[in-house]
Design a protein around this ligand. Structure first.
Ligand SMILES: [Zn+2]
Length: 397
C-alpha cells in the first residue's frame, strides 16, 4: 500500500473573517521579520525562541504563529544571502501572504471548517467540483493552503499498486509525445506548445510604451497566461496517457532526462534561436503530471537511461542508420526495415524498462520474471523481447 497525495484548488467567495485572518497573519510575519533583522538571526530554533512570546498579543490560534515564524525564517535567510551580494538590498516586507495549516480541519458536505480564533472557526463554502471529490470516503483531508483568492486542499488516499502485464515507453520530443510498445503506438502532437511560446514572444515585442512599471506588469501577465495555457494543454495529454495505461494495465516508462539542458548551453556552438527553442522545451512538466496521476491510480512509473534509445533497432539490437529520403525515419540494414524515429525510441524505452525492472538475472544468466508471474499469451513475443533485451544489455556493457 502506498500513499498518494493530490490537491484541489478552488476560488473562495469573499469572507470578512478570512480577510481579517490574512491581515493578522501578514502583521505577524512582518513582526517576525523585524525581530529577525534586529537580532540578526534566521534559524528556526532561535527565531521561535525570540519571537513566539512577542506574538502573544495577536488574537489567533497558535499553529498560525508557528507557520508565520517558519515562513519568516525562509524570507530572512534569502535576504541574508542577498545582503551579502548587495548591501543596499531592499528590506523584506510581506504584502501577499499565504497560510498553510494541517490542524483541526473539519469537513462536512459543503463546508470546510478551518481554525481561526479560539472557539471561533471559519467556514468556507466549497464548490460543486470540490464537494464531489471530497465526498469519496476513502480520501483524507490533510492540510490546506490559503491565499487571498484561492484555497488549495491537500488530500491523500491509500493506493494498492496494480499488477501490470505490459510496459508503455514514453518518448518526449519537441513536437510530439510518443507512447507505445510493440503492440500499439499513440502520438500526441505538441506543436501547439511551440506556437503558444512564439505568440507570447511576439506579443511581448509589441509593447512600446516607455514605462517600466507597466512593462513589468504586462510581461508578468503574459508569462502567467503562457504558463496556464501550456499546463492545461499538457494536462490533457497526461490524462489520456494515464487513462490508457489503466485500461491496458501497463507500467509507464520514461527516459531520465536529467541534465539535458547542459547540451544547450551558451558556447556549445548552437544558434541563439535554436537554444531558446530547446531550453523552452517543457519535458519535466509532463513527467511530473504523469507521475502523480499514475500514483493516484496505482500505476508504477519507472525511469531508464536514455543512452542509445534512438540508435538501436528494437527488433535485432543492431545500430540503425538514417534514411536519406525521410529525415524522421531510421533504417535497419539487418532487418531491412525503415521505422519512425519516435516509434523506435518508444519501443526501445519499453524494452529497456522490461529488461531492467522485470527480468532480474541470477548467476546463471537466465532471465527471470519477477513481476510477471504468468507468461504472456504470445510465446513468440516473449522470446523476441528477451532476446532483444539481451542484445541491448550486452551492447551497453
Ligand atoms: Zn534490426
Amino acid at each position: 500500500m502506498l500513499r498518494a497525495i493530490k490537491s484541489i484548488k478552488q476560488i473562495i467567495p469573499s469572507n470578512q473573517d478570512l480577510d481579517n485572518m490574512m491581515e493578522i497573519f501578514k502583521d505577524m510575519m512582518n513582526h517576525c521579520i523585524r525581530i529577525g533583522i534586529k537580532e540578526n538571526c534566521s534559524t528556526l530554533k532561535r527565531m521561535s525562541m525570540l519571537s513566539y512570546h512577542e506574538l502573544r498579543n495577536y488574537d489567533i490560534m497558535s499553529s498560525y504563529k508557528i507557520c508565520a515564524i517558519s515562513q519568516a525564517c525562509g524570507i530572512l535567510s534569502k535576504y541574508k544571502k542577498e545582503f551579502k551580494k548587495n548591501p543596499n538590498a531592499k528590506m523584506p516586507y510581506v504584502t501577499k501572504p499565504y497560510i498553510t495549516n494541517c490542524y483541526n480541519i473539519k469537513h462536512n458536505n459543503s463546508l470546510l471548517t478551518i481554525p481561526f480564533k479560539y472557539h471561533n472557526p471559519i467556514n468556507i463554502l466549497l464548490n460543486n467540483h470540490t464537494q464531489k471529490i471530497l465526498s469519496n470516503p476513502a480520501l483524507r483531508v490533510r492540510s490546506f493552503t490559503i491565499t487571498a483568492l484561492n484555497i488549495s486542499i491537500c488530500i491523500s488516499k491509500e493506493v494498492e499498486m496494480i499488477e501490470c502485464t505490459k510496459i508503455v515507453g514514453i518518448d518526449r520530443n519537441l513536437r510530439n509525445v510518443t507512447c507505445g510498445n510493440d503492440e500499439s503506438v499513440t502520438f500526441y502532437k505538441t506543436n501547439k506548445l511551440l506556437s503558444i511560446k512564439q505568440n507570447t514572444i511576439y506579443a511581448r515585442s509589441g509593447f512600446k510604451r516607455n514605462d517600466n512599471r507597466k512593462k513589468k506588469q504586462f510581461y508578468k501577465n503574459m508569462q502567467n497566461r503562457m504558463q496556464n495555457r501550456t499546463k492545461q494543454f499538457i494536462h490533457k495529454i497526461s490524462k489520456k496517457i494515464v487513462d490508457n495505461a489503466v485500461e491496458t494495465k501497463s507500467m509507464i516508462a520514461f527516459e531520465n532526462l536529467k541534465g539535458i539542458r547542459k547540451l544547450y548551453r551558451k558556447g556549445n556552438g548552437q544558434g541563439k534561436n535554436y537554444r531558446r527553442k530547446l531550453n523552452g522545451w517543457q519535458f519535466y512538466e509532463l513527467q511530473r503530471q504523469v507521475e502523480y496521476k499514475a500514483l493516484w491510480e496505482g500505476i508504477p512509473v519507472v525511469f531508464v537511461d536514455p543512452k542509445r534509445t534512438s540508435k538501436l533497432c528494437p527488433i535485432c539490437g543492431c545500430r540503425v542508420q538514417e534514411d536519406k529520403k525521410n529525415q524522421r525515419k531510421l533504417m535497419c540494414i539487418n532487418c531491412k526495415k525503415s521505422m519512425d524515429r519516435d516509434v523506435l525510441a518508444a519501443m526501445n524505452i519499453s524494452y529497456k524498462a522490461w529488461s531492467r525492472f522485470t527480468h532480474a538475472r541470477d548467476d546463471t544468466g537466465e532471465a527471470k520474471c519477477s513481476i510477471f508471474e504468468e507468461p504472456m499469451t504470445e510465446s513468440k513475443l516473449v522470446i523476441r523481447i528477451v532476446d532483444v533485451s539481451k542484445c541491448i544489455s550486452s551492447r551497453s556493457r
